[in-house]
Ligand binder design. Structure first.
Ligand SMILES: Cc1ncc(COP(=O)(O)O)c(C=O)c1O
Length: 432
């Protein structure tokens, strides 16, 4: 029985699966409302949001332009299912194709990044006739059984592997390169590992290689510039196609380009996206070249895929991003944020690495005086201190020791200063 006397947190503990964890444990932030760069908790405390619900708030919370278009659609038609066509779904698909690189043209809309990745794997297998999928260690692909199998963080892989055809190869994690390898040597090692994996763990033919252009949950791991260019020909020689998981890196997050993979000069056969595409409304999108999309044959259906309300929200979000050149703003404000983070790195010896692109910046926390030993407890302490200062940031990394900083893409210069200052205060607090 639910007691109305109990706090929301106590009621949450009673009513929600415990595996659905919230940041800050017993001191979880219970959000009441939000606007633009701010959220307020149920006690009326205001926070500057520098995580945006895991890179999902791309144009600010409750953005007026997006909200108005969404309400208009709510009053027009709210649901059709994919068995009936709604015009706005077609409009969004055309827009995605216009902005996507290369020959990507046909969309499949679903409700989450996990579903978008599942759809991509299915399409790749049907197109190539091959089964094996190669992906990267430290990847995160979501919480469906196949997505957890693609994921390469032990902590996020629940319930056991369901697909023996998924193979994980070494990722280009420069900061943690083994044996002190240089970035160039690390790329060589990654290439060699991919070749060996295809030769030894598959029958030599693969369906696809799927990767995030910058690994998100992995801790904003940015590959060396030539990494993907070196990988792509090997994948294609084995009959595989290239899937770019843009769930975190898509929609201007990495600055200047609409999609992360564009920075690396690759034309993927499939891209998957979700999060920032609809500014917080549940969405998944798999876009493919016409031949790959056409190869996914047979009956398939998504009750909420392409839902007109979600599509109206996505359309307005994309329009707003274009009107205000938010990919450009991500570059500009991302550079300012990065400068501050590098200054903080010079000041605090427990900051081992600062990395990222655009408004996707990571700070790796280590135990000072050690050989890059990850410090998850200190990372959690920084997050809590930041919250006490009124700043929300996220964390990630295999070892739970990377701060993830990703304010909305329209963030202004003043807020970057305020956010950096609050973070500096939090770091000073834990350093004492
Ligand atoms: C790169 C990447 N792919 C897929 C997913 C899964 O998305 P969702 O949580 O919407 O299922 C995530 C979620 O964080 C992600 O970061």
């Amino acid at each position: 029985m639910v007691s109305t006397e109990a706090s929301i947190y106590d009621r949450y503990r009673e009513s929600i699966f415990p595996a659905v964890t919230a940041y800050y444990g017993d001191e979880a932030v219970v959000i009441d409302r939000a606007k633009d760069q701010y959220v307020w908790d149920v006690d009326g405390r205001r926070y500057l949001d520098f995580f945006g619900g895991v890179l999902t708030i791309s144009v600010g919370h409750c953005n007026d332009y997006v909200t108005e278009r969404t309400i208009e659609q709510l009053q027009k038609v709210q649901h059709t299912s994919t068995l009936f066509i709604n015009p706005i779904m077609v409009e969004v698909a055309e827009k995605v194709a216009e902005l996507a690189p290369g020959r990507l043209q046909k969309c499949f809309f679903t409700n989450s990044g996990s579903e978008a990745d599942e759809t991509a794997i299915l399409a790749a297998r049907m197109y190539t006739g091959n089964r094996d999928i190669v992906t990267l260690r430290h990847a995160y692909s979501g919480r469906t059984m196949l997505a957890m199998t693609l994921t390469a963080h032990g902590t996020w892989r629940l319930g056991g592997v369901i697909d023996p055809h998924v193979k994980h190869v070494r990722n280009p994690y420069v900061y943690r390169a083994p044996l002190g390898l240089s970035p160039e040597q690390l790329v060589d090692l990654c290439v060699q590992d991919l070749e060996e994996t295809i030769a030894t763990c598959t029958d030599g033919r693969i369906a696809a290689f799927i990767a995030e252009p910058i690994q998100g949950v992995g801790g904003f791991i940015v590959p060396p510039e030539d990494y993907f260019k070196r990988i792509e020909p090997i994948v294609r020689a084995a009959g595989g196609i290239f899937i770019s998981d843009e769930v975190q890196t898509g929609w201007g997050r990495t600055g200047d380009k609409w999609f992360g993979i564009e920075h690396w000069g690759i034309e993927p056969d499939i891209m998957t996206m979700a999060k920032g595409m609809a500014n917080g409304s549940p969405i998944g999108c798999t876009i493919a070249t016409p031949e790959v999309a056409d190869a996914l044959k047979g009956l398939t259906f998504s009750t909420f895929g392409g839902n007109p309300v979600t599509m109206a929200t996505a359309k307005a979000t994309i329009e707003y991003m274009e009107m205000h050149d938010l990919p450009g703003n991500a570059t500009k404000q991302g550079a300012a944020l990065r400068e501050h983070l590098e200054e903080l790195q010079a000041e605090f010896d427990f900051i081992g690495d600062v990395r990222g692109m655009g408004l996707m910046q990571g700070v790796e926390i280590i135990k000072p005086g050690t050989d890059k030993e990850p410090d998850a407890a200190l990372t959690a302490a920084v997050m809590a201190a930041a919250r006490d200062q009124g700043l929300l940031i996220g964390k990630g990394g295999l070892y739970g020791n990377v701060l993830r900083i990703s304010p909305h893409l329209g963030i202004g210069a003043d807020d970057i200063e305020v956010g950096a200052d609050l973070l500096a205060k939090a770091l000073t607090q834990v350093a004492q």
